[in-house]
Design a protein around this ligand. Structure first.
Ligand SMILES: *Cc1c(COP(=O)(O)O)cnc(C)c1O
Length: 377
């Protein structure tokens, strides 16, 4: 049974059994030789980083990836002992924190490399790092094409130890295989150049969820799944590659039910006016919870195993839905904003389509004031 928080009944339920299932499917896909660096950045894509990381650590996740030092420290101060890689930027001002908490920075350019080397040396310490190679993402990373220029600097390192080298795909979700293949070849050639220069990192990694499923040649010694761990497919055609279970559902309850005559306008801006005698339910959730305003007059929710449309503008804290066609609906009824009731589902992908975005943004936009309830079912 679900534990429901007292008071406002708007919460996310996180199914840790589904999370374990997804992790095992991924392990099975890549085989026992390949390590798994589980991406738990952005509060584990909104699922609650600590509970997710603890569950995955127990399942055998070899390492964790986060975006910021603050996210890494939260895990380290709890019970996470595995390597934690900070992927979205390392700043030399954070050097003490990397050392104190045993965190691994991703170094992406020569300037940062040199400043970290100097800072770690000043502490008479050593620090393991991962290098990011830009093979075609065009964001952070050492340019693959300039490998001969920057490898020379790597050989001078004393305080920094290159434990990992990685790259990131920019277009692995689409059918543009040629571009991904090209990135893969660029990366392989960088790894070969590094080896020739005597740089032999123990971890070489490239594959996020989509590539893990479709480009076996990109597995190297480690893979970096994010979205797939949470049971969401990076693109619909990948459903045939692996069987995943959604981990998060988002629920609330009807706060008020109101029968109104035809011609009644609902909410700010009066964008919805009833065309018939209607039964309108107000839900205690709004855009401040991440139930985005762009869902106004577009989204649907589940009530009593049926879809009910959002009617009118979504407010900061409240949302109105039209339940005229739902039999026996009651104040206090459970409402599913994301997830399943019986055989009907609202997926993160469907919500993304209403907001002209991707599932990743839907999940990471669920607000901090929505409690995450972790169930071991
Ligand atoms: C977020 C992230 C991933 C995971 O991507 P998914 O598509 O969620 O699997 C992998 N690598 C890096 C560097 C990332 O930032």
């Amino acid at each position: 049974m679900l534990t429901v928080p007292p008071g406002r009944p708007t919460f996310c339920s996180i199914d840790l059994e589904a999370l374990r299932w997804n992790f095992r499917q991924i392990k099975q896909k890549v085989g026992p030789q390949v390590r798994v660096l589980s991406m738990v950045k952005a509060n584990a894509y909104g699922h609650g980083a600590l509970a997710v990381a603890q569950t995955l650590a127990n399942e055998g996740s070899d390492a964790f990836g986060v975006a910021t030092v603050e996210e890494a420290v939260e895990l380290r101060q709890a019970t996470i002992r595995q390597p934690i890689i900070v992927v979205a930027g390392a700043y030399v001002e954070q050097c003490r924190q990397f050392l104190e908490y045993g965190l691994t920075p991703v170094i992406h350019d020569l300037k940062t490399l040199k400043s970290f080397e100097a800072a770690v040396k000043r502490q008479s310490a050593t620090l393991a790092i991962h290098l990011e190679i830009d093979t075609g993402m065009g964001r952070t990373g050492f340019l693959a094409a300039e490998v001969n220029h920057w490898t020379a600097e790597l050989r001078k390192l004393k305080a920094l130890r290159i434990e990992g080298v990685f790259s990131h795909f920019s277009d692995a979700e689409t059918a543009n295989e040629a571009y991904s293949e090209n990135q893969l070849r660029n990366f392989e050639s960088v790894i070969a150049s590094l080896r020739n220069a005597g740089v032999t990192p123990s971890h070489v990694h490239m594959a996020k969820s989509a590539a893990l499923l479709t480009i076996p040649g990109s597995h190297f010694s480690m893979v970096r799944p994010g979205l797939a761990l949470y049971g969401v497919y990076p693109s619909p055609q990948l459903a045939k590659e692996i069987s995943l279970k959604p981990v998060l559902s988002w629920n609330t309850r009807i706060l008020q039910l109101k029968r109104v005559p035809s011609g009644t306008s609902l909410g700010y801006g009066r964008t919805f006016v009833t065309k018939r005698k209607s039964l309108i339910a107000t839900l205690p959730v709004g855009y401040a919870d991440g139930y985005q305003r762009i869902f106004s007059d577009r989204a649907a929710v589940l009530v009593r195993g049926r879809r009910a449309p959002v009617a009118g503008r979504i407010s900061m804290d409240l949302t109105t839905i039209d339940v005229t066609d739902i039999d026996e609906v009651q104040q206090g009824d459970e409402v599913t904003l994301l997830g399943r009731q019986g055989d009907v589902t609202i997926s993160a992908d469907e919500m993304a389509s209403w907001a002209n975005t991707i599932s990743y943004e839907i999940l990471t936009s669920i607000g901090a004031r929505v409690p995450r309830i972790h169930n071991h079912s």
